[in-house]
Design a protein around this ligand. Structure first.
Ligand SMILES: Cc1cc2nc3c(=O)[nH]c(=O)nc-3n(C[C@H](O)[C@H](O)[C@H](O)COP(=O)(O)OP(=O)(O)OC[C@H]3O[C@@H](n4cnc5c(N)ncnc54)[C@H](O)[C@@H]3O)c2cc1C
Ligand code: FES
Length: 489
């Protein structure tokens, strides 16, 4: 295994590693730190191959780093299919790569307890949208529980080391990870409860009392807790996942989601590689390019298939000033390597996205970061039976919702990226609208709730006038039109 790739000094971030601990990986002793995920601890110790593909036995690595794909699944303490990217490493753990055949858990190792919980408002997902909803409903007097499957509160904010634009109410001029900490404290101050490592796994309709029933599993050091949650209102704020696309070698360790690399680098302080190619010039690709340079990773090129940079020009200019070539109308042809990425070929494409022969360039890279857009993650809403529609401008399929972020099922709301891909300030404001709309429906602090909701809707309308959010505004308009048709408004 390679030497430790943990980052020791960083211009912005200070990594709070807890005590050193030891665990076993495929029978060998590995060291990690408290507060690290299993995947981060393994990567820092030089492990790149997380599994082998079933059909071709190809080496595969992790991808999203936030629990949204299945590329990091391993057997942990005898239990298969554990998402190692969101499971904290613990002293004495037994971690093993999974074979091609499914093997049942080692029975004696599994401890599952069961508990019922009654709340007025359940928020699923503790990013800026979920925290915004939880803080508002808590402040307005509702008994609120926020659950999140990641071990650290704040959703994607925790990996954002840049300062935010926008208004003071949405924490402008603070860095993303600072905002996450502040919002988490605000939630606790207004009596809200936040459970980490707790995944919502299924919606079970309304129980005898008329309340919504939802099952969640909390993962802890001593085993699992199955939570049966009865609640009058549910807010689904489960965020988004990173898109993927086909090219030869895309499975190989070294090809990662750009957001996944942000998590590894900015949350866990692990250097992802030495030389990177970034595919996609949206905001995530541009921002991660700068963050790679901060972590002393060279960026060989950032390529974009269209003729335009999709993200903010301010981020692109910063990268260009630092000497990163931004190549428009280019795509990746293939990556090369045996066990890990050892190089990549890029190529020019024409207006019809066709490869221009003879324009291939070989890049000496060990990292390929994919940032080709996000899709809304809202499976719980689909499972609950909320009516859906496809809205290209909002990132694909999502549940139909109105201005108050209410879905077609009474008492189920949504906000943030799950309700259409936008950005963090939009997520916070939509969360606020949800918290206030629920309080109004419940007849709680009516006047204040109405004022908060109206102000947030006004602010959101203003934000959406900016050039970067005009597509979002168009998509939301389509969604509202469908809502009106369904409800015959
Ligand atoms: C990968 C990625 C990288 C990004 N990078 C940047 C960036 O660099 N700069 C920038 O300005 N914006 C970035 N964004 C955009 C911005 O962060 C998002 O718009 C914003 O975080 C959306 O907030 P949210 O609360 O809707 O979702 P999120 O912040 O994604 O929070 C959703 C939360 O829901 C939890 N969750 C999901 N499913 C379940 C479940 N079943 N049970 C329990 N919990 C669940 C997740 O663990 C997560 O914490 C990024 C977004 C993504 C997805
Ligand atoms: S679920 Fe762990 S890398 Fe995607």
């Amino acid at each position: 295994m390679e030497k430790d790739s943990r980052i020791q000094s960083h211009p912005i971030l200070k990594f709070k590693r807890g005590n050193k601990l030891k665990f076993k990986f495929d029978g060998k002793r590995v060291e990690g730190y408290e507060n690290e995920s299993i995947a981060a601890a393994l990567f820092a110790s030089g492990v790149r191959v997380f599994s082998k593909s079933k059909r071709y036995n190809n080496p595969e690595g992790w991808f999203c780093g936030i629990g949204k794909c299945c590329s990091c699944l391993m057997r942990v303490d005898g239990i298969p299919n554990i998402r190692t990217c969101i499971t904290p490493v613990r002293e004495g753990m037994r971690v093993e790569r999974q074979g091609h055949k499914g093997v049942l858990p080692d029975q004696p190792d599994i401890k599952v307890e069961r508990k019922e919980k009654d709340v007025q408002v359940l928020v699923i997902g503790g990013g800026p949208a979920g925290l915004g909803a939880g803080i508002t409903s808590g402040r307005l007097g509702l008994n609120t529980l926020v659950i999140d499957e990641n071990p650290i509160p704040g959703g994607q904010l925790i990996k954002q080391s840049h300062k935010f634009f926008g208004s003071k109410a949405e924490y402008a001029r603070l860095r993303g990870f600072e905002i996450a900490g502040i919002m988490f404290e605000e939630l606790k101050d207004c009596g809200g409860e936040y459970l980490t490592e707790t995944s919502a796994i299924g919606y079970y309709g309304r129980g005898k009392t008329g309340k919504h029933k939802l099952l969640a599993v909390q993962n802890g050091a001593d085993g699992f807790l199955l939570l049966e949650i009865n609640t009058a209102y549910i807010a689904v704020t489960t965020g988004a996942y990173e898109n993927y696309f086909p090219f030869p070698g895309n499975y190989m360790p070294g090809v990662y989601g750009a957001g996944g690399v942000q998590t590894l680098m900015n949350v866990y302080g692990v250097k992802p590689g030495n030389k990177a190619l970034i595919v996609g010039a949206g905001n995530v690709g541009l921002i991660v390019g700068y963050q790679l340079l901060q972590a002393r990773v060279e960026v060989e090129a950032l390529i974009e298939a269209t003729s335009q940079i999709g993200g903010y020009l301010v981020h692109a200019s910063k990268l260009a000033r630092l000497g990163v070539p931004i190549l428009l109308r280019h795509t990746i042809k293939e990556v090369k390597g045996e066990e890990c990425v050892e190089g990549a070929t890029i190529v020019e494409i024409d207006e019809d996205m066709q490869v221009i022969e003879g324009t291939e360039q070989e890049l000496d890279v060990d990292l390929v970061l994919i940032s080709v857009g996000l899709s809304a993650s809202s499976k719980i809403l689909s499972q609950a039976g909320c009516r859906r529609m496809f809205v290209r401008e909002l990132g694909g399929w999502l549940s139909i919702h109105n201005e108050n972020m209410e879905t077609t099922i009474d008492g189920i709301y949504m906000a943030g990226d799950a309700a259409g891909i936008a950005e963090a300030s939009t997520a916070m404001l939509e969360g606020k609208i949800v918290g206030a709309a629920i309080a109004e429906k419940e007849g709680c602090s009516l006047e204040e709730a109405g004022r908060i909701r109206e102000n947030a809707i006004r602010e959101l309308t203003e934000i959406k006038k900016s050039a970067s959010l005009q597509e979002v505004a168009k998509g939301k308009g389509k969604c509202m039109q469908r809502w009106n048709e369904l409800k015959k408004v």
